[in-house]
Design a protein around this ligand. Structure first.
Ligand code: COA
Length: 343
């Protein structure tokens, strides 16, 4: 009964916990309760022993033990209930929807939001409930209006370097994510917002989207990979022009420059992303993840991946070890649709 009470109280508390710090507080409280249950278990055992009532002793032990087990069983639920403060996160039909939710500052990316993004991507990297991701911004005006200027305005050079390093880590994680990630750009995608969109595998923009790297207006340069990814996507000359002038471009121009894959009316933005993801979901998931790795290898061949052609050769060979390969080729020969299992 005590265990059930503890579990109910903490589940309620966790479900109502709106912020990370509240969840941490609940975790601490839960640990205290576990220690208390363990103490009760020990204590009841002693008491029953002294009264020499074997039946009662057994019942007490059983009850204290069941309290402890029930409380321990509620532990994994903590992670499920953890809610980020600046993101809305939802999973529906194998799609993880992440919405940057700081509308008052046009979804500006502060450090906490980047940490939360990193955590969410990490959490679902190998979770079979998620086969692809859509990232968007809350409201109708902005995807992300850049890094949060009010936060880093008085940073020291070392703090700036750390901020940039951490942003790079998270954006690299997104770029090399083993599942397709689509940016649904629903308004301003400036500075870090444009950089986040560029780290995604595919970008779909609504007609009102605006892209740009206006950092030079603040006397700085992009710090989350913008100088590299923009040149990769639209070519060095045009990238340097946009980076040096700080000019913003509209969605039509972004499409012309191949910064975005498609431009659609705002109400169709998410459904267009879903349509693309569904098509990708019908293919072999392992092949998709290897494709992402191979294409990225070309742009990062100075790094650990080594020669990018060799990456493709190795990954192609590994594809032939998979059940999906057997299923795909058999389905073709048997004139039926393949049913890939990601194995
Ligand atoms: N960091 C922190 N706050 C930001 C922000 C950012 N990058 N971008 C917008 N905001 C805040 C504004 O300060 C304002 O807050 P307030 O209501 O408390 O004053 C709120 O969001 C709305 O922005 P506002 O400038 O009033 O909207 P607008 O429609 O007039 O202009 C932008 C929209 C996007 C053109 C303009 O906000 C802007 O230039 N933002 C900065 C873009 C930038 O330089 N990004 C790169 C940062 S490294």
């Amino acid at each position: 009964m005590e265990g059930r009470l503890i579990q109910t109280v903490f589940q309620d508390q966790l479900q109502n916990a709106g912020s990370h710090s509240e969840v941490l507080f609940s975790q601490r409280m839960l640990l205290q309760e576990i220690i208390l249950s363990a103490f009760l278990l020990f204590n009841q055992k002693q008491r029953c022993k002294s009264s020499r009532c074997k039946y009662s002793a057994l019942r007490c032990k059983y009850s204290a033990l069941s309290n402890l087990v029930t409380t321990l069983l509620s532990l994994p639920k903590i992670n499920i209930s953890m809610r980020p403060e600046n993101l809305l996160v939802e999973i529906k039909d194998f799609i993880l929807y992440i919405t940057i939710n700081r509308p008052k500052s046009l979804n500006a990316l502060n450090i906490k939001t980047i940490v939360e993004l990193d955590d969410v991507f990490e959490e679902y990297m190998y979770n079979d409930d998620v086969r692809g991701v859509i990232i968007t911004g809350s409201g109708e005006k902005a995807f992300i209006a850049g890094a949060d200027i009010s936060e880093f305005a008085d940073f020291t050079p070392d703090q700036g370097k750390t901020m940039s390093e951490n942003g790079h880590d998270t954006f690299d994680k997104i770029e090399s994510y083993p599942k397709p990630v689509i940016a649904a750009v629903n308004g301003y995608a400036l500075g870090g917002g444009c950089e986040l969109a560029m780290a995604c595998h595919i970008r779909i923009a609504s007609e009102n989207a605006i892209f740009g790297q206006p950092e030079v207006n603040l006397g700085i340069i992009p710090g989350y990979g913008g100088t590299q990814r923009m040149a990769e996507l639209i070519g060095k000359g045009k990238a340097l022009e946009l980076l040096m002038t700080g000019d913003s471009i509209n969605a039509a121009m972004a499409k012309e420059l191949r910064l975005v894959n498609h431009v659609v009316p705002a109400p169709e933005l998410i459904s267009k992303c879903e349509e693309i993801l569904r098509k990708i979901f019908s293919k072999g998931p392992l092949a998709i993840s290897k494709l992402i790795q191979c294409v990225n290898a070309h742009y990062r061949s100075g790094g650990y991946v080594g020669d990018s052609y060799q990456t493709e050769i190795n990954q192609f060979g590994q594809c032939l070890e998979t059940e999906d390969f057997v299923e795909g080729t058999s389905a073709f020969l048997e004139k039926r649709k393949p049913a890939f299992k990601g194995r």
